[in-house]
Design a binder for this molecule. Structure first.
Ligand code: F6R
Length: 611
């Protein structure tokens, strides 16, 4: 959700900021802008992509400075346009040359705007960010740090900001609350960004700003304080990401790269945790809550989008393997209901970014109501990972593709590990446990095999890619897989797709089926196989074009469908880890065949840090 990058040091800031913005563009890409202090204040903003901004400034000597801020935007307040792009400024007539880039939402911007208008401020954009810029300007008295602190004391909402001021050309001030911001520490330089992918090319030493913390950076010093000006000592840590992880390499798109990384990232996710020989799971991150987990009366799984689909699989796993009543909730709904959280509830927030506003608020709500809270989160040090009592990291590395793939596999793997970890302390026998863990350990190899089918999947997709309405069906743990397949397809190819339990189709959606309508059915061998075959026949008799995901060796299925993609035979609880892979590839190929921008789908941004 919007990307921020800021720099102060001795290197040419323009190249560094543009490169950082390109790395952050997956967080938002409807407009971009840059402000540079270089013997005066220089600003460029444009609608659209960072490449457009680059063309504007690359040969302009005014942008040869060594201090600047930059932004790539995903619009919340105000339509995407140049005047609403960041950096925003304080009042042109009576201002101090303040420029600000901002992620998040200033909730009380309307009342602040009224107050500022009464004091003679005139506004030129529709953004809440401009209000914050004017407020800082109004409170400015020769010290940018003090003015930012004072302004932030008046603000409600979420923010990550970077601010410069023409009157203090050697100072960069940054701050955050509820939206991530990382300060990379180099030799006599600082690179600040909303995620570490814009930093690791320059330094791997960094500190995370805490909520309601302000940092004042000069070329050779930094000072961090609360908004109340209480001085803090942040802990400088080593960033875990390597440059290679955030580069495309030989792939055409990050999504494809991340699909292909899944065997490796799943291995990393399980490393040191799954021990099939001993039939044991070791989860250091939740060890201190082992007893509460085994005595849990209820598990509550919270997430949005793809993470919610992983959570839905988790529900089957916790109930099936651990025998614990489990509920899954859209985090966005849970937080505004009056949910009943009984004693002994463990709430698990499932999230790649660890910053999704609704998931964060929901897990905080569960905590307020007495639940123990755990995170199944990818980004280390993210807000959810810090706000929960404990957790298990996904360890899948940075996910840049807006459509989540490897994080989904990580989320399902972590929930599988948690369910077996708890199950073993309940009724899950050693034999079944050992069998499941051995199958889990072999899963990367099975995924690799499906990836080898990519060309075959491309040919199948070519046959139906011109159709504008698709269905995805599955039963049991493969029902959330069907939801995920439909979500992947619609978000990157803009094809309308619906996922549903296979049996639900008869209750209305079957009316949609006409000749040649693509219907993707997950029909792997398992307890509901025969019933799924029945559902396939219902589709077939109405002329639908069936693409089945089936278990290797099941040649009999061919007479029920038009196309078949085989996956290895694995225990039913683990099938989602495998059956989702062909669906990811169908979505990818469909988007490429339709000429869509796979890594930057329209209207979307990675990590939704606003409600
Ligand atoms: C879809 C997708 C989104 C996210 C959702 C939650 O491909 O990526 O649906 O899954 O926005 O994001 P996280 O996992 O960061 O909480």
């Amino acid at each position: 959700m919007c990307g921020i990058v800021a720099y102060i040091g001795s290197k040419p800031a323009r190249e560094l900021l543009l490169e950082g913005l390109k790395r952050l563009e997956y967080r938002g890409y409807d407009s971009a802008g840059i402000a540079m202090l270089n013997g005066g204040l220089h600003v460029a903003r444009t609608m659209g992509r960072v490449s457009g901004l680059e063309e504007m400034v690359i040969d302009d000597e005014a942008f040869n400075g060594t201090i600047g801020i930059a932004h790539t935007r995903w619009a919340t307040h105000g339509e995407p346009s140049e005047r609403n792009a960041h950096p925003q400024c304080d009042d042109g007539k009576k201002g101090h040359g303040i420029r600000i880039v901002h992620n998040g939402i200033i909730e009380n911007y309307a009342s602040l705007k009224t107050y500022l208008k009464e004091r003679g401020h005139e506004f030129t954009s529709d953004t809440d960010t401009e209000v914050l810029a004017h407020l800082i300007g109004e409170l400015y008295n020769g010290n940018l740090e003090t003015a930012v602190q004072a302004a932030l004391r008046e603000v409600t909402g979420a923010y990550a900001i970077a601010v410069v001021c023409e009157e203090e050309p050697d100072v960069l001030v940054v701050a955050r609350k509820g939206s991530p911001l990382i300060v990379g520490v180099g030799k006599d330089e600082y690179v600040v960004a909303s995620d570490s992918s814009a930093i690791v090319a320059h330094t791997t030493q960094a500190f995370l700003l805490d909520d309601e913390t302000v940092a004042r950076l000069t070329r050779d010093s930094f000072r961090t304080t609360t908004v109340e000006n209480v001085e803090l000592t942040p802990e400088i840590q080593e960033l875990e990401y390597s440059l290679e992880q955030i580069e495309l390499g030989d792939f055409d798109h990050f999504m494809l790269k991340e699909i292909y990384e899944q065997p490796a990232t799943l291995k990393t996710c399980m490393q040191g945790r799954v021990n099939a020989i001993d039939g044991n799971i070791v989860l250091g991150g939740v060890a201190e809550f082992a007893e509460q987990l085994s005595k849990a009366k209820r598990i509550l799984l919270l997430g949005q989008g793809t993470a919610l689909h992983a959570a839905m699989i988790g529900e089957y796993l916790f109930e099936g393997l651990a025998g614990i009543p489990t509920e899954v909730e859209f985090a966005s709904e849970f937080r505004y209901r009056n949910p009943i959280v009984e004693e002994g509830t463990i709430a698990i927030a499932v999230s790649q970014s660890g910053e999704t506003a609704d998931t964060l608020a929901a897990v905080q709500e569960a905590k307020r109501r007495g639940a123990i809270t755990l995170g199944a989160v990818n980004v280390v040090g993210s807000t959810i990972s810090r706000d929960t009592d404990a957790g298990v990291y996904l360890r899948v590395g940075p996910e840049i593709g807006v459509a989540s793939t490897k994080a989904f596999i990580g989320q399902v793997a972590v929930l599988t590990m948690l369910a077996t970890y708890v199950g073993r302390r309940h009724h899950l026998g050693k034999e079944l446990m050992t069998e499941l863990l051995a199958a889990l350990e072999a899963m990367p190899m099975h995924i690799e095999k499906v990836l080898g089918e990519s060309d075959h999947i491309l040919q199948i997709t070519k046959g139906v890619v011109d159709r504008d309405n698709w269905l995805f069906l599955g039963r049991g743990t493969n029902y959330p897989v069907a939801l995920e397949g439909a979500l992947k397809l619609k978000e990157i190819s803009y094809i309308h797709a619906e996922g549903m339990p296979a049996a639900e189709m008869k209750h209305g959606p079957i009316a949609l089926i006409d000749k040649g309508m693509p219907v993707v059915i997950v029909a792997t061998k398992g307890s509901q196989y025969e019933k799924v075959i029945g559902n396939m026949e219902e589709v077939r008799s109405r002329g639908g074009h069936i693409i089945a995901v089936a278990t290797e060796g099941d040649t009999a299925i061919q007479k029920h469908c038009d196309d078949v993609i085989y996956v290895s035979d694995v225990p039913e609880p683990l099938q989602p880890l495998l059956s989702v892979i062909p669906l990811q590839l169908i979505a990818y190929h469909a988007a490429v065949l339709r000429g869509k921008d796979v890594d930057k789908p329209r209207n979307l941004a990675k990590s939704v840090t606003v409600e």
